[in-house]
Design a protein around this ligand. Sequence first.
Ligand SMILES: Nc1ncnc2c1ncn2[C@@H]1O[C@H](COP(=O)(O)OP(=O)(O)O)[C@@H](O)[C@H]1O
Ligand SMILES: O=C(O)C1=C[C@@H](OP(=O)(O)O)[C@@H](O)[C@H](O)C1
Length: 165
Amino acid sequence: MQAIIIGFMGSGKTTVGRELSESLNVNNHDLDEIIVNQIGESISSFFKTHSEAEFRKIERQQLQKAMNLEGILSTGGGTPMQNSQIFKATSIPVFLLDAVDETILKRLTKESGRPLVEKLGMDGILQLKAKRQPAYEAISDYIIHTDNKTPQAVSKEIINKLRSR
Ligand SMILES: Nc1ncnc2c1ncn2[C@@H]1O[C@H](COP(=O)(O)OP(=O)(O)O)[C@@H](O)[C@H]1O
Ligand SMILES: O=C(O)C1=C[C@@H](OP(=O)(O)O)[C@@H](O)[C@H](O)C1
C-alpha cells in the first residue's frame, strides 16, 4: 500500500482515494466497498439487522487483509477507532482528511445511506466527530485540510507529500 486515507464521514476519503489512485495509476481500495462485497448487502441494510459491534468485527478483519494490498486504501470514518494499533504499526503513510463541521454537514446532507447519520442526526454526528478527532490525529502522519478545496487539489497535496518523503 502506498497511502492510507482516514477521516470522518464526508471528509472525502472515497472521492479523494479514487482521484489519487487514478493520478498515480495504482489500484484503489475502499474499505466500505470491500465490506459491502463481503457481506453481500449495503452497510445501511446490514446495520438494520446486525449490531454495530458485528460491523466493527468485519471491518477489523477486512482492514487487516487490506493492509497487504498494493495501492491506495480509503477507510471508513470509524475504522481507526478500535484499530489504532494496526495504523500505528504500519510504515504506510496515513493521511487524515480534515474539514470543519460546516463542510462536513454540507457534504453529508447531499447524500443518504450512512446509518450513523440516520441514527444520530446532525448534532450527534458533530459530537461524534469531535470525540473521534484526537484518535484520528494520533495515528496520522499528515493532516490535509480539505475545506474549499476540490478533490483534485486534495489529491495533488497528498501526491506532493508522498514525493517529498
Ligand atoms: N473536496 C471536496 N469538495 C467538495 N465536495 C467533496 C469533496 N470531497 C468529497 N466531496 C463530496 O462530499 C460527499 C462525501 O464524499 P465521500 O468521498 O463519500 O466522503 P467519505 O468517503 O469520507 O465519507 C460526496 O458527495 C463528495 O462528492
Ligand atoms: O464513521 C463511521 O463509523 C462509519 C463510516 C462509514 O464510512 P464513510 O466514512 O466512508 O462514510 C461506514 O464505514 C459506516 O457507515 C460507519
